[in-house]
Each structure stands twice: as C-alpha cells, then as structure tokens.
Design a protein around this ligand. Structure first.
Ligand SMILES: Nc1ncnc2c1ncn2[C@@H]1O[C@H](COP(=O)(O)OP(=O)(O)O)[C@@H](O)[C@H]1O
Ligand SMILES: C[C@@](O)(CCOP(=O)(O)O)CC(=O)O
Ligand SMILES: [Mg+2]
Length: 372
C-alpha cells in the first residue's frame, strides 16, 4: 500500500444523443457535468475492509480474513460475481487489483442523483478504479505537493477507464462504456464501439437539467431495449440507424458552429434533432409520462427537450438558445418545479477523474467523507 489517505473525484455526464443505440454499436455524443462523485480511501491496520456509501444508505465492514475466503471463491466464480450486487463489486475489484488483501476504508459521496441518467454509476466506478489502482501502486498518485488537484497521464487514464468499465459491467450488465469514458476524460466525447474521440472544438452550450425524480434502473432499461430489438429486428434496426445519423448530424452542426458565425438555423437543427431523438427513444420503450410532461412544458416556452441516459424516468435535458431570456428560463424552471421535478441550469465540460488535496474539496463534502 502506497498511501494513507487519498481523495479522488469523477464527473457525471449528460448524453446529448445516442443513449441505448450506443450499446448496439452506434455513435453517441456525451459531455461531462460539473457535478461530481468524491471518494476517500484510507489505509488502516484494523484488519477490516469498510465501505461507506451514504448516498444509498449502505455501510459495510468485513474482516479481511472473512474476505480471503471470498477471494478464492471469486476466482473460481468470476462469472457468477458479475451478477452479484454492488457490495460485492468492491471485493471483486480488490481481489484483482491487489495481490494481498489490504485493510482499508472507502467512503463515497456524490453531488449526482443516483439512478437518474447522469452517470452516477460510472462516476462511482471511475473513482473506485482510480483510488484502488493508486493505492496498490499500479499507477502513481499524480498530485504534486504544491497543487490542489492532479490528473493522471493518458496511459494511466486508459487503465482507470478499463477497470471502471468492469465496474459498470457489474452495475449495468451490458454497458457501452460511454459513461465511464466521460467520467475518466471529461469534456465532450464522440463514442463509437469503444473508440473515444474527444471533441475539443464545440460551442458553449446552455443546458437545463430536469430530474423527474422517477427512479429507474439502467440495467433493466438496457435489457428492455435489447428484448425489443430481438423481437422486432427489422423495425428497430432502422431506428438505431436513425439515432446514429442524429448523433453524426449533431456533431457536424456543433463543429460548424465553432468555425462560422452561429445562426438561428444552427439552433433550429439542434432542436429538431432533439425532438426526433425523443420520439425514437419512446419507440425504443424507454420514455415515461413524466418525460412527456417535461417535453410539453418546455415546448410551451419554445424550448426543446429529450431524456438523457437510460430514460424510464430520471433526467431530461433542455437546450437553451444563447438569446433565451433569463426570465424565460426562470419561468420554465418554476413550471417544472411545479410538476414536482428538480430543475437547474447546468454548466458542462467539467474535468475528468482527478486526485484532490483535502483543500480542494468543499467543506461539507469533506466532512461527510471523513465522518466514517
Ligand atoms: N454515490 C454512490 N454510492 C454508491 N453507489 C452508487 C453511487 N452512485 C451510483 N451508485 C451505484 O449505481 C447505481 C445507479 O446506476 P444506474 O442505474 O446506472 O444509474 P445512473 O448511472 O444513471 O445514476 C446505484 O444503484 C448504485 O448501485
Ligand atoms: C442507456 C445507456 O446508453 C446510458 C446509461 O446511462 P445512465 O446509467 O442512465 O446514466 C447505456 C450505456 O451506454 O451503457
Ligand atoms: Mg449508470
């Protein structure tokens, strides 16, 4: 073990276009949010592995000796472990990263709503991968004495991303990898079949995020879409192809917006793409009446919305034009809050996974992370 106390964080994400289709080899465009998950890892001599997950009211403590039996079992039953619940994923990860089981405490605190489409599972997996790889010495800790945050080099990020993908596999069943890629690298990405292309030339987008607060599970929704594709392949394949074309068209428009004067027509196209994609997502069976309400309410204010992430409730995004007046945004937010939703204008493009000094973490988050 190389460290006694380590803090890392990773951002959540919003998918602009391509959710679900990306699981079936189509393009997705996704962007990091300025809402993050924080993880504190502390090595100890207690002979225990403790994990504290206050966001989901889950707290575990195991004797290392007890876990050692699980290790043998997990090596033999690797496949079985993939279907076990969250708490086992830590044990699973520990077994493969460390040659000898360490005694440690891991605490996680997130600004993201969990299970709402903003990639909380990926942010969690990225943090866990970065912290455990660093603590085991597999990758260095990048924080310099005089800095408040540190970032890993490309090679280390690739290792973090690949372990985070394993975490997502445990939580999701069949993830595309787009969420953990955004959590690892941050910024805006084009993702296609595991290939990650950072989009550096993109305009500043104003986005309203709405959480319908309807709980849902990505795993269930991804499985639902797969069943539909298997049942109606000739009907669903063109839908997935159309979503792919939407992502590609959106990428092209965003790139044009950085090299020519932005016009109303650019925004008209972005809005139409949002509307078409929302219809496609309904066809895939991942809509929800609350998401229909979101689209209707924003439409009466001249704004366009779609679900983001797995759908079935959770969050939606609304595109704001540069000229959208503050008063229109305020009234829309109020209308949506009156529907019982959480709603806020968000900034996008936060950095990927980072190591932190305690000084760079908000006091209240630090207090929660050190509470256990
Ligand atoms: N802060 C967290 N603490 C513990 N578990 C978390 C945390 N964030 C996410 N998770 C795990 O991820 C699951 C939600 O993942 P998912 O259904 O993919 O939704 P999303 O990734 O959109 O938030 C939770 O049920 C939990 O298992
Ligand atoms: C539906 C999907 O495209 C995104 C899921 O995102 P989230 O877990 O709902 O934040 C699944 C995936 O890409 O793995
Ligand atoms: Mg998820």
């Amino acid at each position: 073990m190389q460290v006694s106390e380590l803090f890392v964080s990773a951002p959540g994400k919003a998918i602009l276009h391509g959710e679900h289709a990306v699981v079936h080899g189509k393009v997705a465009l996704a962007v990091s949010l300025n809402l993050r998950t924080y993880l504190r890892l502390e090595t100890s001599t207690t002979g225990k592995v403790c994990i504290n997950l206050p966001n989901i009211d889950t707290f575990f403590c195991w004797d290392v000796s007890e876990l050692k039996q699980l290790i043998t079992y997990s090596h033999v039953m690797r496949a079985v472990f993939k279907f076990l619940c969250m708490k086992r994923s830590l044990v699973f990860t520990l077994c493969f990263i460390f040659s000898e089981l360490p005694s440690l405490t891991v605490s996680v605190w997130s600004e993201l709503p969990t299970g709402a489409g903003l990639g909380s599972s990926a942010a969690y997996s990225v943090c866990l991968a970065a912290a455990l790889l660093s603590a085991s010495g597999a990758i260095p800790t990048p924080l310099k004495e005089w800095d408040h945050t540190g970032r890993w080099c490309q090679e280390d990020l690739e290792l973090i991303n690949s372990w985070a993908f394993q975490g997502e596999t445990i939580i999701h069943g069949n993830p595309s990898g787009v969420d953990n890629a955004v959590g690892t690298w941050g910024g805006m990405l084009r993702f296609l079949a595991g290939k990650i292309i950072p989009l550096n030339r993109v305009p500043l987008l104003r986005i309203l995020l709405t959480n319908t607060k309807v709980p849902r599970s990505t795993k269930v929704l991804v499985a639902r879409v797969k069943d539909k594709i298997n049942k109606f392949p000739s009907i669903m394949t063109p839908v997935l192809d159309s979503v792919d074309a939407i992502s590609c068209t959106c990428e092209k428009v965003l790139s044009e917006m950085t090299c020519e004067p932005i016009t109303g027509e650019h925004y008209n196209i972005l809005e139409e793409l949002i509307d078409i994609n929302q219809h496609h997502l309904n066809v895939m069976g991942v809509g929800h009446p609350t998401l229909d309400t979101l689209c209707q309410v924003t439409r009466t204010r001249g704004l366009h919305s779609k679900l983001t992430g797995a759908g079935g409730g959770g969050c939606g995004i609304t595109l704001l034009r540069p000229e959208t007046d503050y008063s229109v945004v305020q009234s829309t937010v109020q209308d949506l809050r009156d529907c019982g939703f959480d709603c806020w204008e968000t900034s996008i493009g936060g950095p990927g996974v980072q190591q932190h000094s305690p000084l760079s973490i908000k006091e209240e988050s630090l207090e929660i992370l050190r509470r256990y």
